[in-house]
Design a protein around this ligand. Structure first.
Ligand SMILES: NC(=O)c1ccc[n+]([C@@H]2O[C@H](COP(=O)([O-])OP(=O)(O)OC[C@H]3O[C@@H](n4cnc5c(N)ncnc54)[C@H](O)[C@@H]3O)[C@@H](O)[C@H]2O)c1
Ligand SMILES: [Zn+2]
Length: 326
C-alpha cells in the first residue's frame, strides 16, 4: 500500500501520474492522495496534521509507503509526517525541482517551519528510495529552474572542481534544459552532498561545509522577508563568503569572481540587491543557528572544488562587511 503526496502545481504536471503508473506496475495499491498548497507557506505544522489525518482515514498502517512527489516543500513536509505517523513509516522521495534533486531529497533532513522560524521542527528520517527523473525540469517555471542551480554551483565549489568547470562550459545547455547535460550535472551534485553527509559520522564537523554561502543567504532572506529567493541569496552568499576566504588567504583571489561569473551565466544574480546595506546583513547573521558563542562563523572551502575536515572558520564581522560591500 502507498499514499502519494504532492502539491497543486505538481499535480498539474505529468509526474504524479507517472509515479502512480510505476507503483501500479509494481502491484502497489494507492490508498490515498494528498495535494498540499504550493509554496513555502505550506511548510507548516498544520500540513503535517492534515497528512496524519488523511493517512489515518485512508487506512494507512505501519507497512504503508509514503511517496512524496514534488519540490523541497513537499519532500520536507511529507518526510516529516512519515517520520512521525505511527512513530515512523517508510517513505520515498521523488524530487521534481532542481533544488529537490540536488539538495533537499539527499541527507534525510525533514521538517516544517514554525511561526518562530524556518525549519524549527523536524527529524532526520531517510527515505528508503530517492527517484529523481531529470525530465521533471522541463515543466519548471524559469525562475524556479534557475534558482535551483545555485545549489549545484555550491556543490561544485565545495567538492568537485570538474562539476564547476562543466557548469561554466555548459551554462547555455543548462538554461536550455538539455536533458543529457542536466542529468550528468545533477548526478555529480548529488554525489558531492552524499559524500559529505556519509562521511560526517566519521569526521564530525565536515557537514558544516554544506552551509557554504548560507550564513549570508539566511541573513539576506531574513532581512528581505524572503522577497529574495533562496538560490539568489545563496549566490550572493557564496560570492561574499568566498571574498572573505580570499581576504583570509584561504582561497585564491580569482575564485570569488569565478563563482560570480558562473552564477551570471546561469542567470542567478549574485550581487546584493539595491537598498540592502552590508551592515544590515552582518547584523542579521546573529540569528544564524550556526553562530556559536556569539562569534560569526563561516563554512569555507580551501580551493574551488575542495574543502577540509574543519571548514568552520571564525571570522571578524568587519571582514564580512567589507566583502559584502566590495
Ligand atoms: N531537507 C533538506 O535537506 C533541504 C535542503 C534544501 C532545501 N530544503 C527545503 O526545500 C524547500 C525549497 O524547495 P524547492 O525550491 O523545490 O521549492 P518548492 O517545493 O516550493 O517548489 C518550487 C515551486 O515549483 C513548483 N514545482 C515543483 N516541481 C515542479 C515541476 N516539476 N514542474 C512545475 N512546477 C513544479 C512547486 O509547486 C512550487 O511552486 C525549502 O523549504 C527548503 O527549506 C530542504
Ligand atoms: Zn540552500
Amino acid at each position: 500500500m502507498a499514499v502519494v503526496v504532492t502539491d497543486e502545481n505538481v499535480a498539474r504536471t505529468p509526474w504524479p501520474r507517472a509515479v502512480e503508473e510505476a507503483l501500479a506496475a509494481g502491484a502497489v495499491e494507492i490508498v490515498g492522495r494528498s495535494v498540499l498548497e504550493p509554496g513555502e507557506a505550506a511548510k507548516r505544522p498544520s500540513a503535517v496534521e492534515r497528512l496524519w489525518a488523511e493517512w489515518t482515514r485512508a487506512g494507512a498502517g505501519r507497512e504503508t509507503l509514503v511517496v512524496a512527489v514534488g519540490g523541497g516543500v513537499v519532500t520536507d513536509v511529507a518526510g516529516f509526517a512519515a517520520a512521525t505517523h505511527l512513530r515512523g513509516v517508510e517513505w520515498a522521495a521523488v524530487p521534481t525541482t532542481v533544488l529537490g534533486m540536488a539538495d533537499a531529497a539527499v541527507g534525510g533532513k525533514t521538517g516544517v517551519n514554525t511561526p518562530e522560524g524556518k525549519n524549527l521542527a523536524g527529524a532526520i528520517h531517510h527515505p528508503v528510495a530517492v527517484l529523481a527523473d531529470p525530465d521533471c525540469v522541463s515543466t519548471l517555471p524559469d525562475d524556479v529552474h534557475a534558482d535551483g542551480w545555485a545549489e549545484v554551483v555550491k556543490a561544485g565549489v565545495i567538492g568537485d572542481a570538474s562539476l564547476l568547470e562543466a557548469l561554466e562550459r555548459e551554462a547555455d545547455a543548462v538554461r536550455g534544459r538539455r536533458l543529457d547535460v542536466v542529468e550528468g550535472l545533477l548526478a555529480a551534485s548529488v554525489a558531492v552532498k552524499a559524500d559529505v553527509v556519509a562521511a560526517d559520522d566519521r569526521e564530525r564537523g565536515r557537514r558544516e561545509i554544506l552551509n557554504f554561502g548560507h550564513t549570508v543567504a539566511h541573513a539576506l532572506e531574513h532581512v528581505t522577508r524572503h522577497a529574495v529567493s533562496h538560490g539568489r541569496a545563496v549566490a550572493v552568499g557564496m560570492v561574499a563568503e568566498a571574498r572573505v576566504a580570499s581576504r583570509l588567504g584561504r582561497l585564491d583571489p580569482e575564485s570569488p569572481a569565478r563563482i560570480a561569473d558562473v552564477c551570471a551565466a546561469l542567470r542567478i544574480p549574485s550581487s546584493l540587491p539595491p537598498g540592502i546595506r552590508p551592515a544590515e546583513i552582518v547584523a542579521a547573521t546573529a540569528v544564524d543557528k550556526k553562530r556559536r558563542r556569539g562569534v560569526l562563523r563561516l563554512a569555507l572551502p580551501v580551493a574551488l572544488g575542495r574543502h577540509d575536515d574543519e571548514p568552520g572558520v571564525e571570522v571578524d564581522e568587519s571582514e564580512l562587511e567589507a566583502a559584502l560591500g566590495a
